[in-house]
Design a binder for this molecule. Structure first.
Ligand SMILES: NC(=O)c1ccc[n+]([C@@H]2O[C@H](COP(=O)([O-])OP(=O)(O)OC[C@H]3O[C@@H](n4cnc5c(N)ncnc54)[C@H](O)[C@@H]3O)[C@@H](O)[C@H]2O)c1
Length: 277
């Protein structure tokens, strides 16, 4: 009886989710986890091959999934992906805005000072993280407005609370994602339906392609001084594993958080709570 109650509280089976950046490390793990929970998953990624691998894994686990090429910076491309999801699954209940990242050219270093960061690199990072969350929210959010229900989950970052050194564009862009999460939550609830919710997770530090060059010495495989500082400032003393995100993701997408909208949940091993002393 208690288990049935728990199951209903977190039940996502039969829901349809579109997940941008679904071919990546963190959102690939989210996609597979949702597939195991009975969610029909549309894995959207700039790289169709990466999306296909994740979708194939979900199907191999007995779930339902499709892989779709989708550039989150191209609205007509997102609309084409939406149409493909509707053709296959008939509706969209969940959007996870996972596509995002940083790049070396927008990161200060001994070789590249703040004063010389090229505007095109800064724009690239800002567009990918901020516009890349806003455009899919327009396309899929409109469906949710028509349905009168839905759930959007953005992926923010520790940088949004306090900027990290060296990555001004990524920090500002993720702060914009957190701000937009609050804005959109209010807008959709007030203007369309209180049953459309918008929240975000703010992952702490997870070793992935976008940050490995900052955290690990490529030659030795040892932590860089920055990587060591992060571990020293993470009370749990380790980097996150992608699976660490799943509990918060399921909670924010499920009926268990029906009265929760406009929040950013840190999943960070205590990083954001620690003053450093
Ligand atoms: N790794 C971390 O420690 C960390 C921490 C906080 C937040 N994040 C955020 O989590 C999210 C996932 O990051 P990740 O670490 O798994 O990185 P990742 O590079 O493994 O995944 C990002 C995915 O986005 C896709 N992508 C890139 N540009 C795209 C575009 N224009 N359109 C569609 N897809 C595109 C990539 O192909 C890739 O599959 C990102 O928003 C990232 O900023 C990561």
């Amino acid at each position: 009886m208690a288990n049935e109650y728990l199951k209903n509280l977190f039940d996502l089976s039969g829901k349809v989710a579109a997940i941008t950046g679904g071919g990546g490390v963190l959102c690939g793990t989210m996609s597979r986890a949702l597939g195991r929970l009975g969610v029909k998953v549309a894995v959207l990624d700039l790289f169709e091959e990466a999306a296909r691998k994740v979708a194939d894994d979900i199907v191999a686990q007995g779930g339902e999934a499709i892989a779709l090429p989708c550039d989150v910076l191209d609205k007509s491309n997102i609309e084409a992906a939406r149409d493909a999801v509707l053709a296959r699954f008939g509706r969209v209940d969940i959007l996870i805005n996972g596509a995002g990242g940083n790049k070396k050219e927008a990161t200060t270093s001994p070789e590249l000072s703040f004063f010389d960061l090229p505007p095109e690199a800064i724009r690239w990072v800002f567009d990918l993280n901020f516009l890349g969350a806003l455009l899919p929210s327009q396309v899929f959010g409109k469906l949710m407005a028509e349905q009168g229900e839905g759930c959007i989950l953005n992926v923010s970052s520790m940088n949004a609370f306090r900027p990290l050194t060296r990555i001004p564009a990524y920090s500002a862009a993720k702060a914009a994602v957190s701000n937009f999460t609050q804005w959109l939550a209010v807008h959709l609830a007030q203007e369309y339906s209180p049953r459309i919710r918008v929240n975000a997770i703010a992952p702490g530090f997870f070793l992935t392609a976008q940050n490995r060059f900052l955290l690990m010495d490529e030659a030795t495989g040892e932590l860089t001084p920055r990587g060591r500082t992060i571990i020293e400032h993470t009370p749990m003393g380790r980097f996150g594993e992608p699976e660490d995100l799943i509990g918060a993701v399921v909670w924010l997408l499920s009926p268990a958080s029906a009265f929760v909208t406009g929040i950013v949940v840190p999943v960070d091993g205590g990083f954001s709570a620690f003053s450093g002393v």
